[in-house]
Write a protein that binds this ligand. Structure first.
Ligand code: SAM
Length: 275
């Protein structure tokens, strides 16, 4: 069952369909005639942008004939990239009603709505028939879902036999304490962060086989460090402009987050498993 905090977190998230269009307008880009590629600098809400999509798509074996289910699809940035570059079709399942509506609007704007169907719903209860997708895909979203067995069982049910579940997510190292987990929940609505071994067991228990894992921790660390620098500059700008310190808590959270990644208590991983 989805958590109300996750919905609120994404209702307040700085990346929205409106914010993307405002950015493009501010940069002098006419909104009529936009292509999916015009959105890519702004619509990828995971670490590593388009390169991360390419790597996950290669592992998942996505081609023109592939029917993909994007679980927790956000604003459909990766879905539009997969469709435009690889020619597949995508069903995008997204919990947050505002983000699902924003995703549909962006798909229509760049005329990919005939190849991407957006469905608003909970990934733990995928509202689809059995054995209908070749690939189930997700990026940096499963951490928001505390109850993994129904999520993984649902993904396996809707995949054709031999279909691939391919996803990236945060994973926990040995030193992730209960206090750090609480902080990650307050900071980024992380409801459950599993160790790589726990994830592999959960996948096996859901009936997946041939489970492979790539460690992405070294690739994610500099991305987090760069974001921390950006947040520090935003904090300094706000301090100068307002005399107050509205971003202090978030910067403190992010400093701890980066320290956890640097120490190995938190890391990133890409999993591929066969249904
Ligand atoms: C970090 S964003 C990733 C979006 C997308 N994968 C991307 O890379 O641009 C995570 C998304 O997962 C969605 N989400 C969280 N829990 C969900 C659930 N139980 N079912 C469906 N979507 C969910 C959130 O609303 C959010 O849009």
């Amino acid at each position: 069952m989805a958590d109300a905090h996750v919905v609120t977190f994404y209702d307040r998230h700085p990346i929205s369909a409106q914010q993307i269009l405002d950015k493009l307008r501010d940069a002098g880009q006419p909104i009529d005639g936009l292509t999916a590629a015009d959105l890519w600098p702004h619509d990828q809400d995971h670490y590593g942008g388009l390169d991360a999509n390419d790597a996950l798509a290669a592992r998942a074996g996505i081609g023109a004939d592939t029917r993909v289910l994007d679980l927790c699809a956000g604003l459909c940035g990766p879905a539009r990239h997969n469709v435009a570059v690889r020619g597949c079709t995508v069903v995008a399942l997204e919990l947050n009603a505002h983000r699902a509506a924003g995703a549909s609007g962006l798909n229509e704007l760049v005329e990919l709505d005939d190849r991407i169907a957006v469905v608003q719903g909970d990934a733990t209860m995928p509202p689809f028939g059995d054995s209908v997708f070749d690939v189930a895909w997700s990026q940096e979203a499963f951490l928001h879902i505390a109850d993994k067995p129904p999520l993984l069982a649902g993904a396996r049910r809707v995949l054709k036999p031999g279909g691939r579940l391919a996803f990236t997510d945060w994973v926990a190292g040995l030193a992730l304490t209960a206090a750090d987990r609480r902080m990650m929940d307050e900071g980024i609505a992380a409801k459950a962060i599993h160790s790589p071994g726990e994830y592999e067991q959960l996948l096996q228990d859901a009936g997946f086989a041939s489970i492979s894992r790539d460690d992405l921790s070294a690739a994610w660390r500099p991305i987090l460090e760069a974001r921390l620098q950006t947040y520090r500059h935003l904090r300094e700008d706000a301090q100068r402009a307002t005399g107050g310190d509205p971003h202090a808590d978030y910067v403190r959270f992010y400093e701890r987050f980066v320290a956890l990644v640097a120490s190995g208590a938190l890391g990133g991983a890409r999993f591929v498993a066969i249904a």
